[in-house]
Ligand binder design. Structure first.
Ligand SMILES: O=C(CO)[C@@H](O)[C@H](O)COP(=O)(O)O
Ligand SMILES: [Fe+2]
Length: 217
């Protein structure tokens, strides 16, 4: 079970401090939300922030691309120091090609589906990815409420993994707090992204410990 704090809710004027803080508190990945103002109605950061963060942490950088036609930028993010690059099924006409590009760049690849997208839409690429991300909110913003209908997709992905011997991790992102993390863990999730729950607190590492307790109990 892994916890991936999302820096979307960190203090952008103190990113180094906020990344080092959660690393010391037992985070497993640093989740980096990249938004382009087109695929989603918000703009965040680009490869230059990933390269600035690379030397400040030993943790894998889990880069969630919410951008149209990610094939235009995956190589830039790989060069910047991303360890895992995750692309939306809905963002490209060439999902297989972009996943191959990520692999060829020497980086782990992930595919992500929005709440309205079924698992069947990514069936053909499940054997080639290292991670499948199930959005449990509509992408674009932190602090939204968890959408319970997404749990069935986590169960489906968990069953498909077991039946076919696939190797992907199942990550969940959006509205993760101890209660929803427990439901996702029961459904088969392994990686838990949490932004506002961790960073909108006086004690981010206390919040990480509470999620850890919920998913490991
Ligand atoms: O990808 C996204 C939002 O699009 C996330 O990674 C958010 O950062 C999650 O925020 P919380 O729901 O945990 O506040
Ligand atoms: Fe994300």
């Amino acid at each position: 079970m892994k916890i991936a704090p999302s820096i979307l809710s960190a203090d952008f004027a103190n990113l180094e401090r906020d990344v080092k803080l959660v690393e010391a508190g037992g985070a497993d990945y640093i989740h980096v939300d990249v938004m382009d103002g087109q695929f989603v109605p918000n703009i965040t950061l680009g490869p230059n922030i990933v390269s600035a963060l690379r030397p400040v942490t030993q943790l894998p950088l889990d880069v969630h691309l919410m951008i149209t036609e990610p094939e235009r930028y995956v190589e830039n993010f790989a060069k910047a120091g991303a360890d895992i690059i995750v692309v939306h099924q809905e963002s490209t006409n060439h999902l297989h090609r972009v996943l191959q590009m990520i692999k060829n760049a020497g980086v782990k690849s992930g595919v992500v589906i929005n709440p309205a997208t079924p698992v069947s839409a990514i069936k053909e690429v499940l054997e080639m990815v290292d991670l499948v991300l199930v959005m449990t909110v509509n992408p674009g913003f932190g602090g939204q409420a968890f959408i319970p209908s997404c749990l069935a997709k986590i169960e489906e992905l968990s069953e498909l993994r077991q039946t076919n011997g696939y190797a992907y991790e199942i990550e969940v992102d959006g509205g993760i707090v101890p209660e929803t993390a427990t439901l996702c863990a029961q459904a088969g999730a392994d990686v838990f992204v949490a932004g506002s729950y961790v960073y909108n607190s006086e004690d981010p590492n206390g919040q990480i410990a509470l999620i850890r307790k919920a998913i490991e109990s």
